[in-house]
Design a protein around this ligand. Structure first.
Ligand code: NAP
Length: 259
């Protein structure tokens, strides 16, 4: 990958041990950005750090608010101000509605939503003091509408999209930009468990490329691939009741289940 010049000197990425986060870390570092890479797996982060100079591992469980605050403090001490944060750590438990499980829902919310909130809480004081900063968070196109097998995951990403809107309204005057990244299906360890068709599946390298092409312009939303985004944005135009009826009809949920 050829080096690009990015508008950030330092970036912090969570969920950087595999998949989209890992590719973002590699691409940003290749473009000269000093990257702090976080995830729980210290061994995988160490491996990512050997693949490209400029990446430093900061192992972390994003569900632990004290640990998040400590890592943000450590990065600031070692790197200086964090210009860009990509809060990308996530977890996915594809589950049918009949198997809905409070513990899995709580764990999904803890990683996908609260993990992002803790990151923002720790980043804001310094960014506000500087009057400068860019916070991106990885949502999903699954946030746009209720979808099958998404009873644990979809609500976490819908919450994140709503949070991003709120923050973007209020934080611009503080000099802080907010971007919500809503990918479609990307071929990563997360989607390896999927036993259903994944239309317009992309590689993690392509996903990172699409994100980093647009992110310097600080858009509110980056969503891809366009083919899937177009279909789901159209579904957003339907009333909730028509969306539910349409999904039942086209996905065969009007037929009696086999017991
Ligand atoms: N792949 C897709 O089709 C797709 C589509 C839409 C949105 N997304 C979103 O994209 C983001 C990246 O997913 P991916 O596809 O690249 O999947 P992935 O390869 O499974 O990456 C998930 C990352 O999150 C980290 N993580 C999970 N739980 C964590 C925790 N408690 N604390 C810290 N890090 C944690 C994982 O590392 P450790 O296990 O080492 O902690 C890993 O680095 C997620 O937010 C996901 O929801 C993915």
């Amino acid at each position: 990958m050829t080096a690009k010049s990015f508008p950030w000197k330092t970036a912090w990425i969570t969920g950087a041990s595999t998949g989209i986060g890992r590719e973002l870390a590699l691409d940003l570092a290749a473009g000269g950005v000093k990257v702090a890479a976080s995830a729980r797996s210290a061994d995988k982060l160490a491996e990512v750090a050997t693949m490209q100079p400029g990446i430093t591992a900061y192992p972390l469980d994003v569900t632990d608010p004290q640990a998040v605050a400590a890592v943000v403090e450590k990065i600031a001490q070692n790197f200086g101000d964090i210009d860009l944060a990509i809060l990308n750590a996530g977890t996915w438990h594809p589950t049918e509605a009949i198997d809905i499980d409070g513990e899995k829902a709580a764990q999904s919310m803890a990683v996908n939503y609260l993990g992002v909130v803790y990151g923002i809480e720790s980043l804001l004081p310094r960014m506000r003091q500087r009057g400068l900063g860019h916070i991106a968070m990885t949502g999903s196109v699954a946030a746009y509408r209720g979808l099958p097998k998404s009873c644990h995951y979809g609500p976490t990403k819908a919450a994140l999209n709503n949070l991003a809107e709120t923050l973007a309204i209020e934080l611009k005057r503080e000099g802080i930009s907010i971007t919500i990244i809503n990918p479609g299906f990307v071929d990563t360890p997360m989607t390896e468990v999927n036993d259903f068709p994944m239309p317009f599946l992309m590689t993690a390298e392509d996903a990172a490329r699409q994100i980093l092409k647009k992110l310097p312009r600080k858009p509110f939303e980056i969503a891809f691939p366009w083919q899937l985004v177009r279909q789901l944005k159209f579904a957003q135009l339907l009333t909730p009741a028509s969306h539910v009826r349409t999904m039942r009809r086209f996905l065969g949920f009007n037929n009696k289940p086999r017991k």
